[in-house]
Design a protein around this ligand. Structure first.
Ligand code: PHE
Length: 333
């Protein structure tokens, strides 16, 4: 009987060693200590033993029972510590973590920069508070010239204005660099316009300037066609209508084929064309201001509103929506 008991003890040790769930421990407890368990068989046999055998076997039986109980309890405690008190259902769908995204205007700026950088244009920059010289005079707007009235200016003091367009960056860049050069500049501009569905007193422009010994009007049209086709992600045609800017000669109003419709919609006022940019060949008077040889260098420039690009691309009919920052609106893009 002693041998059988030590065999049972070894079996228990093996089983408890590999058990690692509460359920397994419970069935081990039932298997060894249960009313009809393995140990109970020995208690029955114990009853039939002689008086001499009883004390020794009784002691072995009791210490084995204690050992089994103790080992199971210890392992249950150890396992309970590692099991979280709440049960997790790993098959449940997870929580959605709200993620931020670029504002619609930032998305446009990023896209415009990407496209022009792909066309080998550098990014240039300039201040928002400009001198009268950079905003007007260097760009061939003489003092008291009526062209200054084209742009309702916020004056800071007698000499400084909030820039009304990004064209001063053309001058600042030409002063710093020698041609040939290709640059774009994007930034805030200010005009004393009443706020309505298509005007903001603060808005953003993209300005482009390309100068080399042989660029011409056809190159201007080509660059713009590639840009607008990429930006609207749709083959886009360009139309150049005669216009006037003091710093370009000839000057043009750039229209694009409506990116939304094929046969007339409210956005293009049923014409199929949308006016979008100003453009032209750099006026020789501008080259003179920055000491470039106007006989040697030619250049084109273009500029237009970042907000307008955004409104057209996404068919939005009110510019104010872009800056109200209502997340229900912004989340759609
Ligand atoms: N600066 C002009 C405007 O704000 C746009 C423009 C830029 C026109 C470059 C021609 C060339 O209206």
């Amino acid at each position: 009987m002693e041998n059988e008991l030590s065999g049972l003890s070894a079996t228990f040790d093996r089983e408890i060693d590999v058990a690692n769930t509460l359920k397994e421990l419970d069935s081990i407890r039932i298997k060894f200590l249960g009313r009809k368990g393995l140990l109970s068989v020995f208690y029955e046999k114990f009853g039939k033993l002689s008086k001499e055998e009883r004390p020794k076997i009784g002691q072995i039986l009791n210490s084995m029972k204690n050992k089994i109980e103790e080992k199971i309890t210890r392992k249950v405690e150890a396992l309970s510590e590692t099991i979280p008190s709440i049960s997790i259902d790993y098959t449940m769908p997870g929580y959605k973590i709200p993620a931020g995204k670029y504002h619609l205007i930032s998305q446009t700026i990023k896209r415009v920069k990407d496209i022009f950088q792909g066309l080998n244009f550098d990014i240039a920059d300039g201040p928002e508070i400009e001198t009268d010289y950079y905003n007007f005079e260097s760009l061939n707007f003489p003092e008291h010239h009526p062209a200054r009235d084209m742009q309702d200016t916020f004056h800071v003091d007698g000499k400084h204005v909030l820039r009304t367009h990004t064209s001063p960056v053309q001058i600042r860049t030409m002063e710093k660099r020698t041609p040939p050069l290709n640059i774009i500049s994007i930034g805030k501009c200010y005009r004393n316009d009443p706020l309505d569905a298509s005007h903001l007193p603060v808005f953003q422009q993209v300005e482009g300037l390309m100068i080399s010994e042989e660029v011409n009007f056809g190159d201007l049209k080509g660059v713009l066609k590639i840009f607008f086709s990429e930006f609207f992600q749709k083959e886009t045609n360009i139309r150049l209508n005669p216009s006037y800017f003091p710093f370009t000669e000839p000057s043009a109003e750039v229209s694009v084929t409506c990116p939304i419709c094929t046969n007339g919609c409210p956005l293009c006022k049923k014409s199929g064309w949308i006016e979008i940019f100003g453009a032209g060949m750099v006026d020789p008077n501008v080259f003179k201001k920055v000491n470039y040889d106007a006989e040697k260098w030619t250049g084109f420039a273009f500029g237009g509103g970042i907000e307008r690009l955004t409104l057209i691309k996404h068919s939005i009919n009110d510019i104010r929506l872009l800056y109200e920052n209502d997340v229900r609106f912004l989340n759609q893009f």
